[in-house]
Design a protein around this ligand. Structure first.
Ligand SMILES: Cc1cc2nc3c(=O)[nH]c(=O)nc-3n(C[C@H](O)[C@H](O)[C@H](O)COP(=O)(O)O)c2cc1C
Length: 350
């Protein structure tokens, strides 16, 4: 049904317009307590076997929504009501910024992929903090992904991330330092250990200082050389970072300028996960994202050592209840394998 609606209606409209409409609809849903609770009851993961704990946070299921959809923390409850086990909001920057000129979001329908060069369009950390402070009508695990304000030079990057962390870490179930989006000039240079060390050290100090100690993760690009993936993993272990999110979008493609996501990213994302797992074992929480389309992909990532899995482009092509369907299929798969908990699957083939 969704495939029909997508191919006959949605794909004829500008991708960003459809995105904005969806965010508005989900934000509206958040203001309708009864409907929100009904949907949550029907579609959120409720099977105890799907529960997973990571860095002290309890997730109702392993599949969450990756950063970039709910950039302003406007509709996390609506997203959770459709079946996602967590929502990573952002990327949020210290200062509000408009992002790149439009068009900046392109569908590659045949490839089940998307190219985006949004450029961290968002209303800034103060506005996001106001939204995150609102009480929630349904339970939802919210990760907060922070990035550098475009106009801030590299020399001011640490202070800029710290400003966002101060506002947002106390309101986040986990905090993510994003140094891997391709659409802010110079951002990915911060993945070099010499720059990443002072950045993560400073943000960690803020995250450690919140009343509940907010877990801290770092999100990396698929385009890092293998040795650089290893170097980030070593640094994360050394600094006591809680986990690594791998991966962001890739710039290795021949299309529009921007980062490519979806099916073509699948193989490299899995490769980076396998490399990270071989390097760190279960000493860090690994969150796998990139090209996840169905229950087979989620299962493969779990077996390869991911504790949590995220998707974004798969949802665009899979339809509103994509995450709910995958969680249901995962429940059935666990039973088939005689497993009582999803945690038995994590790292099985690593
Ligand atoms: C339109 C769009 C916007 C995105 N914006 C962000 C962002 O602001 N911050 C971020 O860390 N990742 C962002 N991403 C990357 C996703 O979080 C994810 O890492 C990437 O798309 C790979 O997953 P997928 O293949 O399931 O989409 C964005 C992706 C898309 C498609």
């Amino acid at each position: 049904m969704y495939r029909l609606v997508f191919s006959q209606v949605l794909r004829r409209f500008d991708a960003e317009a459809v995105h904005r409409l969806t965010v508005s609809a989900l934000a509206l849903l958040a203001r309708l307590p009864l409907l929100k609770r009904l949907l949550h009851r029907a579609f959120a993961p409720h099977d105890p076997a799907l529960r997973v704990s990571a860095f002290g946070v309890h997730f109702p299921g392993p599949l969450g929504l990756a950063a970039g959809f709910d950039k302003d923390a406007a509709c996390a409850e609506g997203i959770a009501a459709l079946g996602f086990g967590h929502v990573e909001v952002g990327t949020i920057t210290a200062h509000a910024q408009p992002g790149n000129p439009r068009p900046r979001l392109f569908r590659l329908v045949r490839e089940h992929a998307v190219i985006n060069r949004m450029g961290f369009n968002n209303a800034g950390a103060a506005a996001a903090a106001r939204r995150l402070r609102r009480t929630r009508g349904v339970p939802v695990v919210v990760g907060v992904n922070i990035g550098k304000t475009k106009v801030v030079p590299e020399s001011g990057a640490v202070a800029d991330y710290v400003a966002s962390a101060r506002r947002l870490a106390p309101l986040a179930d986990y905090l993510v330092v994003n140094v891997s989006s391709p659409n802010t000039p110079g951002l990915r240079d911060l993945q070099a250990v010499s720059l990443l060390r002072p950045l993560l050290t400073a943000v960690k100090e803020v995250a450690d200082g919140t009343p509940r100690r907010t877990p801290l993760l770092v999100k990396i690009a698929p385009d890092l050389a293998d040795e650089d993936v290893d170097a980030v993993a070593d640094l994360a272990l050394e600094l006591g970072i809680d986990g690594i999110i791998a991966t962001n979008t890739t710039i290795r493609h021949g299309g529009e300028t921007g980062g490519l996501s979806g099916r073509p990213l699948k193989a490299r994302s899995l490769e980076v996960l396998r490399r990270l797992r071989a390097k760190v074992g279960d000493r860090l929480t690994l969150v796998s994202v990139g090209g996840v389309e169905d229950v087979d992909d989620v299962w493969e990532r779990l077996l390869a050592g991911a504790t949590l899995v995220q998707g974004y482009t798969g949802w665009i092509y899979g339809g509103p209840l994509w995450a709910s369907h995958i969680h249901r299929s995962l429940s059935r798969r666990l039973r088939r394998h005689g497993m009582k908990s999803i945690t038995e699957a994590i790292g099985r083939t690593a």
